[in-house]
Ligand binder design. Structure first.
Ligand code: AMP
Length: 145
């Protein structure tokens, strides 16, 4: 399965925040959309960074509540790993596991086209494994499933 197959179902909406937005505002955005990370972008299209709840937790633990008024750019990750829609789901799964992050923006020619989260990966992998299991069961029992 390719990443484009996932985006076709889940859509291409990506929640972005500008770098100067406060961390307090970021938390409101994450809560409002029920998501764990936002892409940092000045124009809503080019990826300037990514910021996740984990970055906020880390900053709060290190510097206390004063960080809430700091800009998102103070805690965001600037070197973002992105993938193209043609990427295979398994490769993104491996990337997330090896690099220990749960979000990967999808980019075409430098333009943001979607985001895949670990939740999307798990959901689709379970679907794939379920299909495989039922095909194998059909093969063994001789029944068409
Ligand atoms: P996450 O597991 O996605 O909440 O993120 C864990 C850490 O990795 C945080 O410091 C994020 O800013 C960073 N991060 C998340 N996604 C990416 C990505 N695609 N490329 C680089 N860093 C990322």
């Amino acid at each position: 399965m390719r990443i484009s197959d996932i985006l076709r179902v889940k859509g291409d909406q990506v929640v972005t925040v500008r770098p100067e937005v406060s961390i307090e505002r970021l938390l409101a955005v994450l809560a409002e959309h029920g998501i764990g990370a936002a892409v940092v972008s000045r124009d809503g299209s080019v990826v300037d960074g990514i910021v996740s709840e984990r970055d906020v937790v880390r900053a709060l633990a290190a510097r206390g509540a004063a960080v809430l008024t700091e800009p998102v750019s103070a805690i965001a990750t600037a070197q973002v790993r992105t993938v193209e829609p043609e990427a295979q789901l398994e490769d993104v799964e491996r990337l997330m596991t090896e690099r220990r992050f749960r979000h990967v923006p999808v980019v075409v020619d430098g333009v943001l086209r979607g985001v895949v989260s670990i939740g999307d990966v798990v959901k689709n992998r379970i679907g794939e494994l379920e299909d495989e299991r039922s095909n194998l069961a059909g093969y063994i029992t001789g029944e068409r499933v």
